[in-house]
Design a protein around this ligand. Structure first.
Ligand code: 13P
Length: 253
């Protein structure tokens, strides 16, 4: 088994261009050439080009936070996969719970977005996870199954490196209430079994399933100790170069 850990900083709607440049310069300096896990940052669209220029030639990758599925056309306000590839993105987050909640993104939309990314050789980071009410009702597994199947079925993934799943329980996002390593592992091993059915066993074994929701320097090591946690999607703690660097160092399995 050779799943290289992946740590992604999701900046959400934070950081101006000068702040982005500053952060990327610091990260580049602090991580040096020898980084254990794969690392990516996901700035807002307006900062992608500036980040790409600073990170060029480093091992730190660039991710977008969303994409639209059409190749082009009259879609005011939207950005295509080709545009993201052109600016230097390697990854793109799709289906984040904030997009599902505030912008009514459905599993079908997530599926179309992921397919558009794969076509442009970008790696989708497909987010999914249950709300607190769904967990309390005992529906966590059913919700995760629906989102996994709806978001991933039919995707033309040829290499397990080219798709990442992020399990982000909604109740753990921005709340400081991280899922316990056991809670995350329980769902993530379930997702891996679904990946076996959707793709194949060898593919599922090699695909990265990362965890997101109040990941901090203090809890990354215990999360990474779980067999099916292959990295983290970090929100708040990715905004300071120092805490993000500590998470990256703590993520070495
Ligand atoms: P926090 O790390 O701030 O909880 O955010 C998690 C998240 O939504 C990452 O995509």
């Amino acid at each position: 088994m050779s799943r290289t850990p992946l740590i992604v900083g999701n900046w959400k709607m934070h950081k101006t261009i000068p702040e982005t440049v500053d952060f990327c310069l610091r990260l580049k300096e602090e991580l040096g050439a020898a980084v254990g896990p794969r690392v990516a940052v996901a700035p807002p669209f307006t900062s992608l080009l500036a980040a790409a220029q600073v990170l060029k030639g480093t091992s730190i990758s660039l991710s977008a936070q969303d994409v639209f599925w059409a190749e082009g056309g009259a879609y005011t306000g939207e950005i295509s996969a080709k545009m993201l590839a052109e600016v230097g993105c390697r990854f793109t987050i799709v289906g984040h719970s904030e997009r599902r909640q505030y912008f009514h993104e459905t599993d079908e939309a997530v599926n179309k977005k992921a397919a558009a990314l794969i076509k442009e050789k970008l790696i989708p980071i497909v987010c999914l996870g249950e709300t607190l009410a769904q967990r309390q009702e005992g529906a966590a597994f059913a919700v995760v199954e629906k989102q996994t199947r709806g978001g991933l079925e039919g995707l033309a993934v040829k290499d397990p490196e080219n798709l990442v799943i992020a399990y982000e329980p909604v109740w753990a996002i921005g709340t400081g209430q991280t899922a316990t390593p056991e809670q995350a592992q329980e769902i993530q091993v379930f997702i891996r079994k679904l990946l076996e059915k959707i793709f194949s066993s060898p593919m599922a074994r090699e695909m990265r399933i990362i965890y997101g929701g109040s990941v901090k320097p203090e809890n990354i090591s215990e999360l990474m100790a779980m067999a099916d946690i292959d990295g983290a999607l970090v929100g708040g703690a990715s905004l300071q170069a120092d805490s993000f660097r500590q998470i990256i160092h703590g993520a070495i399995k």
